[in-house]
Design a protein around this ligand. Sequence first.
Ligand code: UN1
Length: 500
Amino acid sequence: MGSITGMNFIGGKWSGDADGVFEGRNPSNTGELIGVFPRSRSQQANLAVAAAREAFPAWRAQSRIRRAEYLDAFAQLVKNDKEELARIISRECGKCISEARADIVEGIHSAQYWFGRSRTPSGEVLASEIPEKDCYVYRKPKGVVTAITPWNFPFAIPLWLICPSLVEGNTVTLKPAEETPLTAQRLVEYFEKAGLPAGVLNLVQGYGEEAAWPLVTHPNVDVVLFTGSAQVGAMIKEVCAKDYRKFCVCEMGGKNAMLIFDDADFDLAVNAAVMSAFRTTGQRCVSAERLIVQQGIFDRFVSSFVEKARNLKIGDPLDEDTFMGPLVSSSACDKFEHYKKLAVEEGAHVLLDDGRLTEGSYSRGYFVRPFVYTIKHNPTAKVLREEVFGPHVAIMPFRDLEEAVSIYNASEYAFALSVCSRDYRTIRAIRNLCDFGVGYVNLPTIGAEVHLPFGGLKKSGTGMPSASGLIDAVTHRISWTVNHDTQIKLAQGLSAEVPK
Ligand code: UN1
């Protein structure tokens, strides 16, 4: 596969105009150039926002069902090219091919879900104290949306954000991660082929500070949808707080955990932990970097987990047998190394640290092996608080439910949790006492489906979930009360008398 010259898509036109370019390279083989893409800045961002603003009145005037039909057309087109798209994803971000396929399927599911949902009520009909009045909750589009998306789900996450935004009548500018520009370009091309009107979906490629920031701060943008780091999310929240009309949803990191009790189905728990920690090389916002394991099974669990982690097949993500591809970039490798050192400084008892793979075919990629350790819980240890975003796992023992909850909640993040137990009382207590947005019972912390809300609390999110939950972010819910009487009658016993 050769390299391409990528473009922006603004107001229905493809253009490479920008002050320079950036390269997309394969993290499994950095010698492979995937393409060069426009290094956009405020000029392109401004044009995209202007195009989205111009397209908004006509787009919102179409029926919700008509708007959703473009998503159906999109899904039909993508289905034919799943394999080709999955290979692009694997090459761009190093995800294993089976995970890349799932990324496409998840994106198709979003389009299908919102297409179907367009025919279901988007508001509510409510009663009134006054029999002649009907009350409605009605949803209106917020307007112009900026969507800033990460590299780790380069197809699914943009579609979680784009599909509900469009169905509800908003127009969108997408600024995808600079690691996965080609996947984003393909995604937008399918919408173009599906006949989406000009300006309804725009694509601006480039780096965060240069291309995304003008899309966040632009006075004509109503909603910012962001998935990425907590640090950038905090900056976005600050900008939005200062602007009376701007609203944001930030999906940020996690320091996710599995809580594994003595009575758990042992093999299930070990397998779930391996998936939670190492799928996508630990680079999901729902990956588990903490395994909190009850003392009765602790030693047995640790040896079984380490054994499996040691034997994982690491390598070319296009190879069907590979379990773990590379990290996404050299800075991700540096971060992984940094937290390995820190773990040792903070008291880790290291069980697995086979280092970076540098021989032969690995030499041109960012391949690392899992890093696994046991550690006594310490609420001040940075390594137990900060997100590494790699195959880095701390295993901690606990005595009882109370201690498990307190170790779990010691994190500033609160995204995904899994509890492994057969006791319904334990499971219910964990659900009620632990802070999280996406919870699982006897499952890994990964594998959310699009018809569920997806998002975290505390440092992980704004408490405004995306996926199916995104409708609340991209619409205003207004109340609408209609009087069918010839007289005015008011609620709460208020007088409707007006002096003659
Ligand atoms: C993410 O980790 O950024 O639940 C998204 C999952 C996927 C989505 C993860 N469906 O693992």
